[in-house]
Design a protein around this ligand. Structure first.
Ligand code: C2E
Ligand code: MG
Ligand code: MG
Ligand code: MG
Length: 277
């Protein structure tokens, strides 16, 4: 009857849920101490100025070399780390490693910039700005050698506090970027309140920046407006996810300041990234 079908359905459904839940719990358990055991590593995706195509820096992107499961991409463990507060441990390791690498690669002399993705919990630490300042001192970096990428959702909750932290970071010379710009709900109101130095236009906006796309005109117009907005608010624009030469040429025509994407290079292990210096 209907009732037992329903119950069977629920019974079939539950084990599936708990297997997924079990998988997440195992992963979360393994993630505890992963940084200390040396299982995390950073990949580096080069960023280039437009139109010159000069190397201006790298975005540091974390990976987890799991002893049994192999290389795990960030989207599979960063959300877990955020739920369990392990992100503080992971994020701290990322910041140190990114700064250590930038120093080893002589970023101050080369005037390069390392971009690091920051999570909400990290950014909300009362001493976050002080941590960044002491990191710069510890590794002998200038503020200009570090950029921090924040997302919209993380600065929404307490905009007054976020504005204050961002301003103090900029006072250190550290650039603060709004990552995945355009994908959230309130990008424009955030720009009214928060003094970002950089806008990272999400790669979804580049998908239709191809002559063959039926939405080409819309995509182009949209980016024109973003460029104008950035210019008038004294911000620079980084385009993410350039995959084709045509997109590069169009972004040059739009006077976009810099870009990264598979067309230039994929995120690379440290040794390969060093080859670009
Ligand atoms: P994101 O900050 O937006 O980073 C860009 C992502 O786009 C990277 O994925 C990069 O590999 C990918 N990408 C770059 N160029 C292209 C392209 O031309 N085409 C396509 N299809 N993709 C491209 P990845 O490394 O898997 O990182 C995913 C996300 O994980 C990042 O998105 C960032 O939000 C987060 N993440 C990575 N590292 C960290 C970290 O150390 N801390 C925190 N909190 N989050 C991190
Ligand atoms: Mg990013
Ligand atoms: Mg991004
Ligand atoms: Mg993105």
């Amino acid at each position: 009857n209907v009732k037992s079908q329903g119950r069977n359905g629920a019974v079939r459904f539950m084990p599936h849920m708990s297997a997924e839940e079990q998988r997440r719990r195992n992963l979360e358990f393994d993630l505890r101490g992963a940084a200390a055991r040396g299982e995390l590593c950073l990949y580096y995706q080069p960023q280039y100025s437009l139109p010159q195509r000069q190397l201006i820096g790298f975005e540091a992107l974390v990976r987890w070399q799991h002893p049994k499961l192999g290389l795990i991409p960030p989207m599979q463990f960063i959300p877990l780390a955020e739920e369990s507060r392990l992100i503080l441990e992971v994020g701290n390791w990322v910041l140190h490693e990114a700064c250590r690498q930038a120093a080893e690669w002589h970023f101050p002399e080369r005037r390069l910039c390392m971009s690091v993705n920051i999570s909400a919990l990290q950014f909300e630490q009362p001493d976050f700005v002080a941590q960044i300042q002491s990191l710069l001192g510890q590794y002998g970096l200038n503020g200009e050698n570090l950029a921090l990428e924040l997302t919209e959702s993380m600065v929404q909750r307490d905009q007054a506090h976020a504005a204050d932290s961002i301003q103090r970071l900029q006072d250190l010379g550290v650039r603060v970027a709004l990552d995945d710009f355009g994908t959230g709900y309130s990008s424009l109101s955030l720009l009214q309140n928060l003094p970002f130095h950089l806008l990272k236009v999400d790669r979804s906006f580049l998908n239709d920046l191809l002559y063959s796309s039926s939405h080409f005109n819309r995509a182009f117009t949209l980016l024109e407006v973003v460029m104008k907005l950035a210019h008038n608010l004294n911000m620079r624009v980084v385009a993410e996810g350039i995959e084709q030469e045509e997109q590069y040429e169009l972004l040059c025509r739009l006077n976009c300041h810099s870009a990264q994407g598979y067309w230039f290079a994929r995120p690379l292990p440290a040794e390969a990234a060093a080859g670009l210096l």
